[in-house]
Design a protein around this ligand. Structure first.
Ligand code: TMP
Ligand code: ZN
Length: 421
């Protein structure tokens, strides 16, 4: 069953998604892993869960990092358990993104903003607050319906050149097209960028927010590698992609969210936006970090191995010493971390998570049950493995009572470390 699923629903990557070359360096391979958001209903026994190969290669021509295999998006996204976080960190961040775009491009009331992968519409609601007219596009039918009901009109579609044409025809051209943490999920990004030609106004802006591969490599965030993330971007491959489509990157902001992200602004090459110095500064930074050569990725793979072994021994050691350990935050990277480290229900009693859709389910692969924070607080463990480490500041603040009462947190990356009061 596993092999059949793999053959029919995951295909090996061939050419580079951004520059079309086909000279790949092998970086890491984690074997066959279940889907990060494939939460299951509790059962006495679990049937053969589909697993797909999970590994990363680096394009020697432009240094895009790509997964080795692409899982059929119909399997990943039509019914999706990931809901945009309502955490303070993200709410503040989304307001910041709307404000940045308003300030930088003079986005005025009545201007038209289209968001690709708009989830439940939280980011677009922040644009609505600034007076913009908005439209979301998201293939998750369950989430598009939630967004619609909340007053954020949303097309339940995958975004493609065809969708771009349809939106321009039915709703007009967009002043801003935004893709936050969605570009890495799309295989045919070249098709998306080619669609912008028909959707954006001539001086329109495409703003794309992605995790920054420089941060991934430097901070060993290897658990952000899962089937939904097909690409891990440096600036160089993004420049290569936009150039192929008559566009150019003209500005970039580095952001602290999701372990280090970049908000990249691109416009048409003959458009009005001057290229800011930050673009060449970051290209130089990537080069000086060695990220355009093979050696940095060999080092990365070695360090990942060390962190993985270290985390496994640390958690197993605590359990062997009689401590009760649980997961905190059933994030996609968290379920991935457990699966690729070989940690599971032998070590973790449960995993606490604020998302309604996840509570009462079990984690993919490891089958650790998900509890609400309220249920978890009734009978807290001795130690939480912080699987949602991207919210570490917020969570450690929120859990000060747990820490004060002697509880501890394990931060898994870049090196496993224990936080106590
Ligand atoms: P994300 O990193 O993909 O946004 O996922 C974070 C997960 O962690 C999500 O399932 C919600 C959960 N979470 C908590 O359980 N408690 C919290 O305080 C925060 C911020 C997130
Ligand atoms: Zn390439």
């Amino acid at each position: 069953m596993t092999d059949l699923t793999t053959r029919t629903a995951a295909r090996p990557v061939t050419r580079c998604r951004t520059c079309r070359a086909d000279d790949w360096q092998d970086v890491v391979s984690f074997g066959s892993v279940p889907l990060a958001n494939g939460f299951l209903d509790p059962a006495a026994a679990y049937p053969d869960e589909p697993r797909y190969p999970l590994g990363v290669v680096s394009c020697r021509s432009c240094r895009l990092l790509s997964l080795t295999h692409v899982v059929d998006p119909e399997i990943l996204y039509r019914d999706y358990a990931y809901v945009t976080s309502g955490s303070d960190t993200m709410v503040r961040h989304m307001r910041g993104v709307a404000e940045t775009c308003r300030r930088r491009f003079g986005l005025a009331p009545g201007d038209f903003v289209v968001e690709i992968g708009s989830n439940t519409g939280q980011q677009l609601a922040a644009f609505q607050d600034t007076g913009a007219r908005v439209l979301g596009v998201d293939p998750a039918r369950n989430l598009a319906a939630v967004a619609d009901a909340a007053g954020v009109p949303t097309l339940p579609e995958f975004f493609s050149a065809g969708t771009a044409r349809q939106v321009a025809r039915d709703f007009g051209r967009a002043d801003l097209v935004l893709g936050r943490h969605v570009f890495a999920h799309i295989d045919d990004i070249s098709g998306v960028v080619s669609g912008l030609r028909e959707l954006l106004t001539p001086d329109g802006v495409f703003a794309v927010e992605v995790p920054y591969a420089l941060d991934l490599v430097e901070r060993l965030e290897f658990d952000t590698i899962y089937h939904e993330h097909l690409s891990y971007f440096l600036i160089r491959p993004l420049c290569a992609l936009f150039e192929r489509h008559g566009m150019r990157v003209f500005d970039i902001e580095r952001l602290p969210v999701h372990g280090g992200s970049i908000l990249v602004f691109a416009g048409f090459a003959d458009g009005p936006w001057p290229v800011r110095p930050v673009v060449s500064e970051l290209l130089r930074l990537e080069e000086s970090a060695g990220l355009y050569g093979d050696a940095a990725y060999r080092d990365f793979a070695r360090q990942v191995e060390r962190t993985r072994d270290g985390l496994r021994s640390l958690v197993r050691g605590l359990v062997a010493a009689g401590e009760r350990v649980a997961g905190y935050g059933a994030s996609a990277k968290g379920t991935t971390l457990l699966n690729i480290c070989g940690l599971g229900s032998a070590e973790l009693e449960f995993c606490s998570d604020t998302t309604d859709l996840k509570q009462g389910k079990v984690l993919p692969g490891t089958h650790v049950p998900v509890r609400s924070p309220q249920a978890a607080a009734q009978d807290p463990p001795d130690c939480y493995l912080l699987l949602a480490w991207n919210y570490a500041d917020e969570i450690l603040r929120k859990e000060s009572a747990f820490l004060d009462s002697g509880g501890t947190f394990i931060l898994p990356v870049p090196e496993p470390s224990i936080v106590a009061a």
